[in-house]
Structures are given as C-alpha cells and as structure tokens.
Design a protein around this ligand. Sequence first.
Ligand SMILES: [Zn+2]
Length: 378
Amino acid sequence: MGFIEADIAVVHGRVVENFRIPFGEDLYFKVVLVPGFSDGHAHPQVVDGGLRPGVLWRDSYDWIENRDLAVDEVMVRRDLNLASKLALLTFYRALLEGTTLISLTGRLAANVKAWISMTPRPKAVMLPTVMDREGWTVEEVKRDYQRVSMMVGDGLARLGVFVHSIRLAGRNTIGEALRLASQRGGLIGLHMGEGRSEAEDFKEVFGEPPYPSRIVPVHCIDDDTTTIGLQCVSCPLTNILLYGRTRTSLAGVGNFGSDWPLLLGTVSRHLPIIARRFKEPPDSIMRIATIGGYRIYDIPPDGDIVGYDVSLQKILEGKAKPKFVSVKWETAVYEGTLTNNNLTLEDVEKTITETIKEATEKYGKGDKPYIPKLPSHP
Ligand SMILES: [Zn+2]
C-alpha cells in the first residue's frame, strides 16, 4: 500500500495543494486530476467531417444535407470490424489523453465490442444514434442491443439512446427511442440548437420536466438549456469548424464534447480553444471538463485519477500528456503508455491515420477527406 502525492490537484474542479490519496503503490506527480477528463460527446466512427476549407454551414440540417462526404459513413458503420477498430482507437486515445469517461454515439455493437476487448478501459456512456435514415433506424439499434445486452454489466458503463435530432427523427421514432432508453439504462442524448434554436420544438416533443429519462442535449449553440431544466454538452471546436461560431457563455454547460475524437483528439486537446472562447477562470473550465461529464451522466468518479509531470498551465494549454491514468483504481496508463499493450499516444495516432486511410480506400468516393489540423501536443 502506498500513496499518490501531488503538488497540485484538481479535485472535482477545485484546485488544492499538497494532495495525497492512498493507492496500491507510491507515485508522485506535479499535478493530478481527480477525476480525469470527461468527454461528453464523441462519434467514434467519424473519419470524415464532410468539411471543405473555408466552407461553413448555417446549421446541422444544412450540414447533413449539403456536406461533401468523401467516405460512405453508412458503410463504415456497417463494417463491424472496421467500426469497432475505430472505437477501440478512440478508447485508447481517450486514456492516453487523460480522458477517463467518454460518451459515444454511433454503432452500439462496434463500440461495445471494442470496449469489452480492452482492460483496463475508460468509463463509458453508450448512446447509439437513431434517426429516420437507413443505417440509423430504431429497429437496427434494437438488433444491436440484443447482441450486446449481456456484455455490459460491470458498472463502468451506462447505456441509452441518442436521438440524432428533433427534425431527423419523427415523433414515432422519438417515442420508440424513449421506450428503448428506459428499458436499457434511462439515458437520452440529442443534438440540439446546433445552428438554430430548438427549445420550442423540444418542449413540444418532450413536454416539461421532470422527464421520463435523463436527457442530455448536445451543442446548444442557440439555446440556453436551463430554460428546459437541462445541462448541455458543448462541442466548441466542431461548432467553430462547421458554423464559425459557438456558444458565447458557459451558462447551462455541464460538460464539453470533442465530437470527432479520431480527427480532433478528445476534450483535453480542446482546452486552449475553450479557454480563449469563454474567458472563464481555469477552475470553472476544469470543473466542466473533468467532473462535469460524471455529473451530467450520473457516473461515479471513484478511482479515476490522472497524473502529470507538468504544470496546470501546460495542461490548460493542451500541451500535456499524462504519465499516469487510473480508472476505478486500476492503472490504465503508466509512464505514458497503455498498460495492456504498451502503446503510446504517438503509436495510437499513427494507427488512427492508417485506419482512416483504410476506411477511405474501402468506402471512399476517390477523393481524400479534408482533415482539419489537430490541436497539437508539443
Ligand atoms: Zn454529434
């Protein structure tokens, strides 16, 4: 028995000095995060954002109709091996970037297959996407649920359904999604206010609080979700890339999401952009970026610790890779490498690039997807 000790710790968003906590061995860090980062919205099968340099969209509906995808996303999701490899790389990257909780949309069977294949693994929220389009129907999600329902039972994951958006899922679909979510774990996510206000549409569909499920709206560029009694997951980086703008304040923001973790890294990489945009004190940003996701999804943060040998300033600048990560007291990253396979972040990023290339070759239209520059480590 030993202790984890640190000069500075961010404990549930509060900065404290001379931190010490019992652990299986003696470890010392300059900074520890308790818990680590939480990434409240991530599409692990997105290998192409349909972006073009200099092109912006009015709102999410404009983007989804008019984006220029170089890779067929339905085929990527259908390819269970490829889709689960992409999910696995997302989990690896998350841990190596200090993200101890991640909420995934996309293909449920692929995400669960990847998640159970690794130990230790990050805590996870699995919200498979439904909308009225082939590849995303409630029936398809139900089939995936039948395949995986016995697999997720160790308390490290929560399940539910992600309604793509109010306009891309009819009333029947949303009703079915609510029923499915209440049978499978009670969580509902949805894209909302992504370029246009949807609070009134939301009230028409979901009524007034209390809601039958825990609902987590995502993006909320144009809505203050406190008016519907909810906290939002904001994805500032993709909002800026897609629409040239994001929310102007953190009021009602409970957590941040990376949206496209394979293209943009997980939330810890986005901190400098978040700090520049919102101009809030570091402890508010760190609270939302760490314990925020645990609170919004109601996941216990016990045993999730991230250790760094650099200053808190460097972490806020997005220029820090953790030396150590534990999830539920189990060491997942040691000396900057994954404990179960010795991979470093550089190794994983190389494999991500290769796998995106593989997906593009297999399911592409011939042209290369435009990938924006990743917020970089030194
Ligand atoms: Zn999304």
